[in-house]
Design a protein around this ligand. Structure first.
Ligand code: ATP
Ligand code: MG
Length: 574
């Protein structure tokens, strides 16, 4: 690739739209351009990275025994209605009508399509196990598209679907995918941590996520893990053994009474005013859960976990009521809701810890008023579940010995044991050995190709630019001719360019009529693993500068040794 011939529109200045370092570098390095919110054009360098990652994914998927197919992007809404996800996913699912006013959907994922494919085709268990995958664009109208390719509305995913006759078969298929994923990320030069995750709207019971650990804002996910036994889960899912249990359990229960709490809406304000610790207060948080309104009760010093609350409420997701909704449901402004006298049609879900509390403070469902010395006998609880988030510093739920630590991660892939959710909804069965009809048992496995590319940048960069791992770099080396206006230098660089290509080494050749400083700055920004500089000194000495992207200084290498060196690097690093 000659820079004068291809399209790499690097930028001098930071684009205002970029919130994250990796996003900024993709824009500045001429990798991507935004079309509209969450939707990007992949330019030549980006396309090469996508190819590299996709090829690694393909090789490992094929090795695992899966087969590549391509499913359509545009689907009839009917299939999504049959599984119920047309309604459950909500506005994240992109919808449109065709010219006959038939409702259509842009694929957000492909469980529906692959299951509908196989329901008509597979007759016998003898055709199983089967794993089909694709590398395909996905559409999701994310509520907050952000961070460039990290959370796009259109993005590239590898999605695989396994089909088995029984749970034992699924276990094997799942393990094969886990092994393939570990191999994929390792080959991409990315260290990942595999964590337990919630199954959410996907259905099923068992899921893991593969996380790239970063200590930047780009780590959207919080991971709690145990340094002792290796337990690791994302925050949505993580459990813990609390360090500070209920306060003063030996107290005798008293009768409750109202107190004036003028304008005090937060836990901090109320507990400071009443001079009690936050763990003596029960927060009442009001949510919409499908058709219902739910009041969630948790201890004042805890954080609500909306995923756990959704699971407890038996809905795909919950949404906090707005101020008007809270007022309508409780008769009081935000900050004064409480369980005592809660309307009968509102279901009250309490966190496990609330069950151990005595003489606590709650909102009074009236403005500027709380109740003190409330006890469990004073109100109705419809369901008890753990609906609080686990926290760093609490004990590991598995080994119970060590305290959990918190880290940030980027989810680059995940694996789900789906079970029969989709085969049941769509009637996908096979006959077993005894001739009985059995539902297909499924797993589903995703890797965000475009998110993985950006995660690699978030992980590997310095303040000058990207530092790609060799296996997924758009090219191995960046050839800089310090003065492309000088005929002798230019001829030497052209020759080296040809020789590199003949040797099968991918090279980006900066043959522009630009100042050396500009060329070096762009080379650092674009971030190829090696830079070769053809300069005047080399014409006399027969040596060119060779520099690894993160090395402090270049070394002088004999022209004839450059190619063998790079070939050796290629061999050892990919
Ligand atoms: P998240 O929790 O980040 O929204 P998800 O659980 O919705 O992810 P899946 O539906 O399992 O993700 O998709 C599989 C993979 O696709 C994810 O692991 C991630 O790498 C990628 N992915 C998901 N949503 C996006 C997006 N909006 N933009 C880019 N990649 C995405
Ligand atoms: Mg999502």
């Amino acid at each position: 690739m000659r820079m004068t011939r291809t399209f790499i529109p690097t930028l001098r200045d930071d684009p205002a739209e970029a919130e994250l370092v990796s996003h900024r570098m993709l824009l500045r390095g001429g990798y991507i351009r935004k079309l509209t919110a969450g939707i990007y054009i992949y330019l030549p360098l980006m396309q090469r990275v996508i190819h590299k990652i996709s090829n690694i994914v393909r090789e490992e998927m094929d090795r695992s025994g899966a087969f590549e197919i391509t499913m359509p992007v545009l689907h009839p809404a009917e299939i999504w209605q049959q599984t119920g996800r047309y309604y459950d996913i909500g506005p994240e699912l992109m919808r449109l009508d065709d010219r006959h006013k038939r409702p259509m959907v842009l694929g957000a994922t492909h469980e529906e399509i692959v299951t509908s494919l196989l329901r008509g085709e597979l007759r016998s268990y003898k055709r199983l196990p089967l794993n089909l995958y694709q590398i395909q664009v996905k559409f999701r109208d994310e509520i907050r598209p952000r961070f460039g390719l990290m959370r796009g509305r259109e993005f590239l995913m590898k999605d695989a679907y396994s089909f088995d006759i029984d749970e034992a078969g699924l276990d094997i298929a799942y393990q094969k995918m886990v092994d393939a994923y570990k191999a994929v990320f390792k080959r991409c030069g990315l260290e990942t941590v595999m964590v337990e995750s919630d199954t959410g709207a996907m259905g099923g019971k068992f899921a893991h996520e593969f996380m790239v650990i970063v200590d930047t804002e780009g780590g959207e996910a919080t991971i709690l893990s145990c340094p002792e036994c290796g337990y690791a889960a994302n925050l949505e899912r993580a459990e813990s053994i609390p360090v500070n249990g209920p306060a003063k359990t030996e107290e005798a229960p008293q009768s409750y009474s109202p107190v004036e709490t003028p304008n005090m809406k937060t836990v901090e304000e109320v507990t400071a005013f009443l001079n009690v610790p936050a763990r003596k207060l029960v927060k009442t948080l009001m949510y919409r859960a499908g058709e219902k309104v739910v009041a969630a009760l948790i201890r004042g010093d805890r954080q609500i976990n909306e995923t756990k609350l959704s699971n407890a409420a038996g809905v795909p997701m919950v949404e906090m009521l707005d101020a008007a909704g809270v007022e309508q449901a409780t008769g009081a402004p935000v900050g004064f809701a409480g369980p005592v006298g809660m309307r009968a049609d509102i279901s009250v879900i309490a966190d496990e810890e609330v069950k151990a509390m005595i003489n606590f403070v709650v909102g009074a469902n009236a403005g500027d008023r709380h109740l003190i010395n409330v006890n469990l006998t004073d109100f109705r609880i419809d369901k008890t579940a753990t609906i609080r988030s686990a926290e760093a510093g609490e004990y590991c739920p598995r080994c119970r010995k060590e305290r959990l630590i918190s880290r940030r991660g980027i989810e680059v892939g995940n694996t789900f044991k789906l079970g029969t959710k989709y085969s049941k909804a769509l009637g996908a069965t096979v006959l077993d050995e005894a001739g009985n009809e059995r539902l297909l048992i499924m797993g589903s496995y995703g890797i965000g190709i475009t998110r993985t590319a950006q995660a690699a940048i978030e992980r590997f960069h310095d303040d000058r630019g990207i530092a790609w791992p060799v296996p997924i770099a758009p090219a191995l080396c960046h050839l800089v001719c310090v003065n492309s206006g000088d005929a002798a230098l230019s001829a030497a660089a052209d020759k080296l360019y040809d020789d590199l290509q003949k040797a099968g080494i991918e090279v980006l050749y900066d043959d522009r009529q630009e100042r050396t400083g500009v060329k070096f700055a762009d080379a650092d920004l674009i971030g190829l693993p090696w830079r070769i500089t053809v300069g005047a000194k080399g014409l006399a000495s027969g040596m060119w500068e060779l520099k690894a992207r993160m090395a402090d200084a270049p070394e002088m290498v004999l022209a004839g040794e450059i190619i063998p060196r790079l070939l050796a690097i290629l061999k050892s690093e990919s």
